[in-house]
Design a protein around this ligand. Structure first.
Ligand SMILES: NC(=O)c1ccc[n+]([C@@H]2O[C@H](COP(=O)([O-])OP(=O)(O)OC[C@H]3O[C@@H](n4cnc5c(N)ncnc54)[C@H](OP(=O)(O)O)[C@@H]3O)[C@@H](O)[C@H]2O)c1
Length: 261
């Protein structure tokens, strides 16, 4: 199947490591020009060096939880790419903890990172996407929005809001041909996953390996996903090959969520 991505232009925030990096690399191999973003200059430079052999890569460093920075990232990327067809809104996950772990300020910070960053990036990108022949937005959320994960109350609460945003925007923008979808990753082998396993081992007085086995057992496929397995679905959703898909909230979780929807 031809994904019809050749020549498209994409911004992937949080694109220097983990899930975002895998999406960035896969888009490049499909002939897409990309701009990647993250906060740390060393991460940006390392990703630029690793990804450049695959195709045209630009960079737009900035913290997407900071209002002005999120907008600047979009404008910088669109200027370098000379337009924008595809937007992937993604960043690091919120802190782990239970309800009483967090102050109101912690909630405000998590809201900026885990909810508002998506809204701001999309808001800034809309004028560029409106000028595209095949515009597509993908929000990266979490299965925590469907099935709350212990000790991740910030994610459990705020990701659901991003799904509401995704669905609402799909309805508002559909008549303009702008598709808006979300992927809810299950457990996928990245640095974020490593740090969650380490937190659980510490809390439960177990080893990281034991916590990993529990996670493996929680999925129907009895293994943890690779970032590439996530990226394959993401790139399809972004592509014109998925032209009748909008408002979809797709769990890529190996069968971890046990509900029907
Ligand atoms: N991996 C999983 O199993 C899993 C499961 C469910 C949901 N998720 C969610 O999916 C998202 C991506 O996960 P991941 O596993 O790829 O995480 P990761 O391995 O921690 O990578 C996060 C990426 O985002 C960048 N980043 C972090 N905070 C940022 C910010 N404020 N502004 C711009 N860039 C930022 C990081 O680079 P810098 O440090 O240089 O900024 C890095 O490139 C997270 O929200 C995570 O919670 C992951």
């Amino acid at each position: 199947m031809d994904l019809q991505l050749t020549g498209k232009k994409a911004l992937i925030t949080g694109g220097t490591r983990g899930l975002g990096y895998a999406v960035a690399q896969t888009l490049l191999t499909e002939g897409v020009s990309i701009a990647i973003n993250s906060r740390d200059e060393a991460h940006v430079e390392a990703a630029l060096k690793d990804l450049s052999p695959f195709g045209p890569v630009f960079t737009a460093r900035g913290d997407v939880s900071v209002p002005a920075a999120a907008e600047e990232v979009v404008h910088t990327a669109a200027r370098q790419l000379q337009g924008l067809d595809l937007l992937v809104t993604n960043s690091g996950g919120p802190r782990t903890g239970r309800f009483e772990t967090f102050s109101v300020d912690d909630w405000q910070q998590a809201f900026q990172l885990t909810f508002l960053s998506h809204a701001r990036l999309i808001h800034a990108a809309l004028p560029y996407l409106r000028a595209s022949a095949a515009p597509s937005i993908l929000t990266i959320t979490s299965i925590s929005a469907k099935q709350p994960i212990p000790d991740l109350i910030l994610s459990n609460s705020l990701r659901a809001g991003v799904l509401g945003l995704t669905k609402s925007l799909a309805l508002e923008l559909g008549s303009e041909g702008i598709r808006v979808n979300s992927i809810l990753p299950g457990f996928t082998l990245t640095e974020r996953a490593d740090s969650l396993l380490a937190d659980r081992a510490k809390k439960n007085n177990t080893s990281i390996e034991e916590e990993k086995l529990k996670q493996i057992d929680a999925s129907a496929l009895k293994r943890i996903a690779t970032p590439q397995e996530f990226a394959n679905v993401a790139v399809f959703l972004l592509s014109p090959a998925a032209s009748y898909l909008t408002g979809a909230m797709l769990s890529v979780d190996g069968g971890m969520v046990k509900g029907l929807l």
